[in-house]
Write a protein that binds this ligand. Structure first.
Ligand code: C5P
Length: 234
């Protein structure tokens, strides 16, 4: 079934105060959007907060696991037992790690969506080269998307600029999750590879992750509404 626009929007709860995160969930959940817990909030609220938020909304646990296969599989199992809707691992962890992560979810009746992180949206070609991976980000994203799909994961995190490439290289139902969303007049901050919400929808992106444009807005409800309006392209 086709997802509604609000179902496709994920708000990053990038706060160090669990109270603020719960307040934003209460305020925006009626819109039908999903939410994301990343490292900052997880370090403050831990698994208890994740379990609690998972009963109130669709929750993406964005901890980007990257370790040896056995450790990642165990972490994925623990994360899934918190009833999260989506979780992720670094695709750069390699075939064995990705397969172990996918296999770890076999026993769950309603398993979370499992996503591989390709190249962080804050990076550019030069920065990636400095890490010992010379070449173009677009090629590395394609390579990691193919590997991720071969290992049975459901999709990748990539930038809006790589949606087309991923969609052409992976099976039809393979999901893209894209941070790096900014309005045309908005500052990129530490993000490098950005696009507007409308562009992501036009490119066929599945889920849009938005943090500061909503969490730092004077009126987050209004800011989320503006993003949803921009996503309405036809
Ligand atoms: O504030 P902003 O909209 O830039 O937030 C983007 C969110 O998406 C942050 O929580 C960040 O950790 C996350 N993210 C990202 N790039 C990735 C994976 C996750 O920006 N590749």
């Amino acid at each position: 079934m086709k997802k509604s626009l609000s179902e496709r929007l994920i708000i990053a709860l990038d706060y160090s105060d669990p109270g603020q995160a719960k307040q934003l969930v209460n305020q925006l959940a009626p819109l039908g959007v999903g939410f994301k817990v990343g490292l900052e909030l997880f370090m403050a609220g831990g698994p208890a907060l994740v379990r609690d938020l998972s009963t109130r909304c669709r929750l993406f646990l964005d901890l980007k696991f990257h370790d040896i296969p056995n450790t990642v599989a165990a972490a994925v199992r623990s994360a899934a037992s918190l009833n999260v809707w989506m979780l992720n691992v670094h695709a750069g962890g390699g075939r064995k790690m990705l397969s172990a992560a996918r296999e770890a979810l076999e026993g769950f009746d309603q398993r979370p969506i499992l996503i591989g992180v390709t190249v962080l949206t804050s990076m550019d070609d030069q920065e990636m080269t400095e890490t010992g991976c010379p070449g173009l980000i677009i090629d590395r994203v394609r390579q990691l998307a193919v590997l991720t799909s071969e290992c049975g994961l459901d999709g990748v995190v990539c930038s809006p600029l790589e949606i087309d490439e991923v969609k052409q290289s992976a099976p039809a139902n393979f999901i893209t999750v894209t941070p790096g969303i900014r309005a045309p007049d908005e500052a990129a901050q530490d993000q490098s590879r950005i696009a507007t919400p409308a562009k992501v929808i036009r490119a066929g992106g599945d889920y849009l992750v938005v943090g500061r444009p909503v969490t730092k807005a004077a009126d987050p409800y209004l800011a989320a509404g503006r993003i949803l309006a921009d996503m309405e392209i036809d």
